[in-house]
Design a protein around this ligand. Structure first.
Ligand code: SF4
Length: 238
C-alpha cells in the first residue's frame, strides 16, 4: 500500500507526552526473573494502556510478541511503519496474523513529499540513512513523543549490539521494554509451532531478517539487511 493512499495518523487523537522516570534497576531486577509471557502479563498491569506503544515490522520473529500481547485481557493497537517499500509477502503475512490474532493495525506513514523524493532519487542506494529517516524514524518519532513506553521484540542473539540491551532501557526520551530479549532463536520457532502460528513466507526462501525490499536480500540473521551499505540498523533502535 502506498503512503499516498492512506491518511497519516491523526495527531490530535493522541495523548500528551507522559514520560516519567522509573527506577530502571529495580524494574530490571523484577522482570529478569520472569519468563517472557509473565513479563507481558505483569507489564500490562504495571502500565496504563494509553501509555504503551506496541509496534511490529511483521518480520520473521514478529508473531511471537504479537501472540503474547494478543492473549492479554486488554488488547493494544499494533503500529506498523508502512514505508510503502515492503515485500508483498510481508503485507500478506500481516493480514494473515491480523486475522488469526484479531489485531488492530495502525499504519504509520511517511510524509508524502518526502516519500516521493525517496522513491524518485532512489535514496535507499544513495543515502539510506536519509531514506530511513524520512520513511521510518520521523513518522515513528511522533508516536514516541506521545507515549511513555515502547514495546519492542528485539532479542540478544540478533546482533552484537543487541547483546548488551536490558529488559527496560531509556532511549531518546522514551522507556523501552524488551520482553523477549533473552529468548533463544530456536525457542522462537518452537513457540510459533506450539501456538500454530505461521512463519513469514520469505523465511523458507532464505531471508532470516526482513525489512524493505530495496534493502533486503537472503542471508543469515541480519546479514541480508542493507547489503548496499555499511548500515546495520534503520535508526529506530539506536
Ligand atoms: S530500509 Fe531501505 S527502503 Fe526502507 S526506509 Fe530504510 S533505506 Fe529506505
Amino acid at each position: 500500500m502506498s503512503p499516498d493512499d492512506q491518511p497519516a495518523i491523526d495527531q490530535s487523537s493522541l495523548s500528551a507526552p507522559q514520560f516519567q522516570t522509573v527506577d530502571m534497576d529495580e524494574m530490571n531486577r523484577r522482570y529478569e526473573k520472569m519468563a517472557p509471557e509473565k513479563r507481558v502479563e505483569i507489564f500490562m498491569k504495571d502500565f496504563e494502556a494509553d501509555d504503551i506503544l506496541l509496534s511490529s515490522s511483521f518480520g520473521t520473529t514478529s508473531a511471537l510478541l504479537l501472540h503474547m500481547f494478543s492473549v492479554q485481557e486488554f488488547r493494544l493497537p499494533v503500529y506498523f511503519i508502512d514505508t510503502g517499500f515492503h515485500f508483498r509477502e510481508t503485507y500478506n503475512y500481516r493480514e494473515q496474523l491480523v486475522s488469526l490474532l484479531g489485531l488492530e493495525i495502525r499504519d504509520v506513514v511517511p510524509d508524502a513529499e518526502g516519500h516521493r523524493r525517496a522513491e524518485s532519487e532512489h535514496l535507499w542506494w544513495f543515502n539510506p540513512d536519509l531514506c530511513c529517516r524520512i520513511n521510518k524514524n520521523e513518522p515513528f518519532g511522533e508516536l514516541k513523543r506521545v507515549h511513555r513506553v515502547w514495546v519492542s521484540g528485539l532479542m540478544h542473539w540478533q546482533t552484537p549490539r543487541r547483546q548488551s540491551l536490558k529488559i527496560f532501557e531509556e532511549s531518546d526520551g522514551i522507556l523501552k521494554f524488551h520482553p523477549v530479549l533473552d529468548i533463544q532463536e530456536e525457542e522462537v520457532w518452537k513457540y510459533l509451532e506450539r501456538h500454530n502460528l505461521p512463519q513469514h513466507p520469505l523465511r523458507s526462501q532464505g531471508y532470516e531478517s526482513i525489512g524493505c525490499r530495496h534493502c533486503t536480500i537472503r542471508g543469515e540473521k541480519r546479514s541480508g539487511r542493507w547489503p548496499q551499505s555499511v548500515k546495520t540498523e534503520c535508526g529506530l533502535h539506536l
